[in-house]
Design a protein around this ligand. Structure first.
Ligand SMILES: *Cc1c(COP(=O)(O)O)cnc(C)c1O
Length: 403
């Protein structure tokens, strides 16, 4: 009793002694300049800022050691309950969840297979069926498990593509093409007794998407932890069938000789994602949308007297499904391209990053295209930043208009 009391006491003394320490500003020391995020949740732009509650929960979790397996199990149970699914696993991002979910299907708990993949696929099923239009830049996360893709286009193709080597059917939730619906994707896979995975990494809000796809019947679903959920950027959610989540864990860190060992999630990050889910579930879709619309409106108002400028709010259909401000202008009157505006804002003080669709190619996903377009992602801005972005945009466009 005395000993444990002494331990508790020294821990709290340690906390008291360390908490007032003001951290060094390493961005400044390293000469890396932060920016106002008028882009959105782009990975290379570090995606999102964690809410204060999440940062505080992580700082607190950093102060005591725990057993990682216990923490992964307990956080998984907690998240599965909150997200209305059978099982959950905190992963090192949605890409890691794609690898672990695929590994779960391929190895199905077979220890020799867990050590062997890839490249040893002896005796293992290795075909993942996917719609041709759903091939994307995350293919590698699945291929890490030694699988190969079998592409289909029509529902008939799909039904005929199942063989005794089929291990999984994969769906890209935000794909712009593809003729097979989510419901048919699930139905046909289950008819053949094959699990199906839905990558919905960037597809919250709405909040309810966190359970929509598992409830629809997908056996595995992933969301990125650091995008709209605003958890640690190096986290993701793998949700789904309990047996598959269990099999995914066997392929994951901290187990050493596994495909997932390099995808370690630290205790602070695991706790951070749990805190982010608690935060996100307390948000209201309508209130979030109203706030983002107001930001976009305030920016649009600042630009209303710039000659030929037109503004419009648009909401992409699936991924990044939040209001964005779209600005277009007559490039004969305002002599600057969207790309040049983007670069000027990037070079300014404070530095501002516009949405990468700015000045971009052909229209897609409800976005206007072309050199004379500016896209402002308002949802990752901090309070007050919309005003700074608006004034800077107005100044740059007015200068280019010679007014
Ligand atoms: C961002 C994204 C991922 C990867 O998410 P991370 O959490 O960064 O690993 C995977 N799939 C899609 C569709 C994404 O948009």
């Amino acid at each position: 009793m005395i000993a444990s009391g002494a331990v508790a006491c020294s821990n709290s003394l340690l906390r008291a002694a360390t908490s007032p320490v003001k951290g060094v500003d390493y961005y400044q020391r390293l000469g890396v300049t932060p920016f106002i995020n008028a882009a959105g949740t782009y990975t290379v732009l570090s995606a999102s800022i964690m809410p204060d509650e999440v940062q505080a929960a992580m700082a607190q979790a950093a102060q005591q050691p725990v057993n990682l397996n216990e923490l992964l199990d307990a956080s998984g149970d907690y998240l599965a309950k909150r997200l209305h699914c059978e099982g959950a696993l905190v992963t090192a991002g949605a890409a890691a969840a794609l690898t672990l979910g695929t590994a779960a299907c391929v190895t199905a708990g077979n220890q020799t297979a867990i050590v062997g993949i890839p490249p040893d696929m002896t005796g293992l099923k290795n075909e993942v069926i996917v719609q041709k239009a759903h091939r994307y830049e995350y293919d590698h996360a699945l291929r890490n498990c030694g699988i190969r893709f079998v592409e289909v286009e029509t529902l008939d193709d799909y039904d005929r593509a199942f063989t005794d080597r089929t291990v999984m059917a994969h769906f890209f939730n935000a794909a712009e093409g593809g003729q097979i619906s989510r419901e048919d994707w699930v139905k046909v896979a289950h008819k053949h007794g094959v699990p199906c995975f839905n990558d919905a990494a960037a597809d919250v809000p709405p909040v309810s998407n966190l359970w929509n796809y598992t409830e629809m019947g997908f056996d595995l679903v992933t969301f990125s932890g650091g995008k709209g959920l605003r958890g640690p950027q190096c986290t993701g959610l793998l949700l789904g069938r309990k047996d598959l989540i269990q099999a995914a864990k066997l392929n994951n860190s901290p187990n050493s000789n596994t495909v997932g060992r390099g995808m370690k999630v630290a205790k602070e990050e695991i706790v951070g994602l749990v805190a982010a889910i608690d935060w996100f579930l307390s948000q209201d879709d309508a209130a979030m949308e109203a706030e983002f619309n107001q930001r976009a409106d305030r920016i649009a108002q600042q630009l209303q007297n710039v000659p030929t400028v037109q503004t419009k709010i648009f909401i992409p259909p699936v991924a990044n499904h939040v209001p964005h401000l779209l600005i277009t202008y007559d490039s004969d009157r305002i002599k600057i391209t969207g790309r040049e505006v983007m670069e000027k804002l990037r070079q300014g003080k404070p530095r501002i990053e516009l949405n990468p669709a700015t000045g971009g190619g052909p229209a897609s996903a409800g976005l206007a295209g072309g050199a004379n377009t500016i896209v402002v992602g308002v949802w990752m801005m901090q309070p007050g930043e919309d005003r700074v972005v608006a004034e800077r945009l107005r100044d740059v466009l007015e200068e280019a208009a010679g007014t």
